[in-house]
Design a protein around this ligand. Sequence first.
Ligand SMILES: Cc1cc2nc3c(=O)[nH]c(=O)nc-3n(C[C@H](O)[C@H](O)[C@H](O)COP(=O)(O)OP(=O)(O)OC[C@H]3O[C@@H](n4cnc5c(N)ncnc54)[C@H](O)[C@@H]3O)c2cc1C
Length: 313
Amino acid sequence: MIRKAANLLARQAWFRKFLLGTPVLRDLAGRFVGGDDLASGARAARSLNARGIQASLNFHGMHVLEEGEAIASADEAIQALRLIRAENLDSHVSVKLTKIGLDVDPCLCRAQLIRVLDTAAETGVFVRMDMEEAVYADATLRLFEDMQDRYGTERVGLVIQSYLRHRSGDLDRLMARSARIRLVKGGYRESAEQVFRAKAEVDAAFLSDIERLMTRGASPAIATHDSDAIAWTLSLQQRLGLGKQDFEFQMLYGVKPELQDRLVADGYRVRCYIPYGGDWATHLVGCLRRIPAGTLAHLTQWAPGRRRAASGC
Ligand SMILES: Cc1cc2nc3c(=O)[nH]c(=O)nc-3n(C[C@H](O)[C@H](O)[C@H](O)COP(=O)(O)OP(=O)(O)OC[C@H]3O[C@@H](n4cnc5c(N)ncnc54)[C@H](O)[C@@H]3O)c2cc1C
């Protein structure tokens, strides 16, 4: 209920204006969100690249209900791909299917995805299809397999969520076709029938999937801020004799930046997911909800970082 209300509020233009007009909140937004538009998202990507961190730009938002909005969102992804190539940024693009029309009409969504992937092929930039609520899992998988056949494993990849109860076969099926997978715990509120609800169960499923993906996956991407999961991945890398560059960690922009830097300094690949665009406040609300109160208090007093973040780089 509170989560729903917070998200509703975050979608209001006046609320975003309020956030930006309040220095402490504006600084926090600067830390976790790429900015209002592609130019600010690209600035954030450039600043990450300068720290040796790769990026994945995401025109934030989901569940568009109008055809025009879906086409405009695909246009945004296309512009991001062109900008990445033109500015030689080390970045992927992440796309949510409901942002490009899956709720409006699956055929519209497919047509938009093809436009995006045609541009990905032209620019040589990789596109990751995010995974959303469980109700979209089958459609997303089908579309992904179709796109992978069409554009190849080097151009398009998918996300697998470990919290799903009945879908552990998806990982095997995708690994068998050498799909490039980003593995996550899973981030949506779902019924207890669909997903593990207890943290211990989610964590156990995630660790087990990490082992499967690190053992048999192509270019595994382990997306987590969980130190146990990161330590487990590092131990697997050693046990399996993998190189430090044979897989990558992925984290959200602004979350545990010191950990990101430390992993890069140790020779590992780290990629940050940068949400940008007018719907950024919903992402910020999600991050603020997850930050422990003590850390939040620290962040709001951290003047030098605040200033840097507020300028978007
Ligand atoms: C790059 C990336 C892409 C993702 N893509 C998808 C996707 O396509 N589909 C999907 O369902 N989910 C996606 N997620 C979200 C994911 O499923 C988890 O919900 C999220 O990463 C939190 O899980 P965790 O592994 O970090 O572990 P947790 O145990 O949840 O968190 C570990 C620690 O990190 C901190 N933390 C975690 N998330 C945040 C945050 N947002 N802000 C501040 N602190 C945080 C926690 O407070 C905790 O201290 C993605 C996550 C990342 C990093």
